[in-house]
Write a protein that binds this ligand. Sequence first.
Ligand code: PLP
Length: 289
Amino acid sequence: MKVYINGKFHDRADARISVFDHGLLYGDGVFEGLRIYHGRVFKLGEHIERLYRSAKAISLDIPMSIEEMQDAVIETVEVNGKEDGYIRLVVTRGEGRLGVDPSSCRRATVIIIVSDIQLYPEEYYEKGIAIITASSRRMPSDTLDPRIKSLNYLNNILAKIEAEQAGCLEAVMLNREGFVAECTGDNVFIVRDSELLTPDPCHGALDGITRRFVMELAASAGMRASEAAITRYDLYTADECFLTGTGAEIMPVIRIDGRTIGSGKPGRITRMLTERFRRVISEQHGLTV
Ligand SMILES: Cc1ncc(COP(=O)(O)O)c(C=O)c1O
C-alpha cells in the first residue's frame, strides 16, 4: 500500500504525520470516503466538490486546485493498482502550535489512502438489518452544519457504541427537536405510499452523495423522492426503510427499536433501487471523473 501525503507516496509503515497536526489535536479538518468500482472512482467530481465546500465552510485553504486534487486521487488509485476498493481523502488544518488557534498552522495536510473496503456480508443485503434509535443526538446544525464532512465524529461514535451495545450495526440519530437526522455513517430513507422520503440536511443530515444518487434513481423510475421532516413514528410505520452510504450502498432495514418495518423483509422499492444502483455500477469502466 502506498499512501499519498502532501504530494509524496509513502509505504504504509512510513505514512506518518506530525503529532502537532491540528487534525489530530482538535479534529480540525475535513474528509471524504469514495469508492472505486471496476477501476473507476465513483462520483469523484461530487466528492471533491463536497470536500472543497466543507473546507471553505471551516475556512481551511486546501493548497491545491480541484483539478490537482482529482489528479492526485486518480494517481494514488493507479499507484496502488486497485480495481475495486475504498479511498479515504483527508485534509487537516496541518501542523501548528498547541492551542486551538488555526492561524499557527501554515499549510494544510493532504492525505489519500487507497484500501480494501470492509463490506457488510451479502446476507445483510438480502435479509435487511435491525437498528435502534440512539440517545446521543446529532449535533445541532446551528452548532456544526451537517453538510460539513468534518473530522469531528465523536457524536456519531457515541451513537455507534449504543448500536453495538444493543447488538445492532447502525443507530438512527435524532436532532435536538426529535426529528430523524441520519445514522452514524449513513443517510436514512423511508418509503411511504410508494414515495421516497429522507431528512433534509437542515434536520442534521449529511448531504450524502449516495443519497442524492438514490433520489435520482427513484426519479428516473418515475417515483417521487423528497426531503421531509421525519419522526420516529414515521420510521416505525413506514412501508420500507433503508440506509445509503458510500460504504453501505443501499442497506435494507427491517426492524427499528423492536418494531418490524413493513413485511419484515427488504421491500419491493428498496430491492428495485438496489438493482438499479448495482446496474449503474456494473456498467462503469475506466479511470475517469
Ligand atoms: C454521518 C454520515 N452520514 C451519511 C453518510 C453517507 O454519505 P455518502 O453517501 O456521501 O457516503 C456518511 C458517509 O460518509 C456519513 O459519515
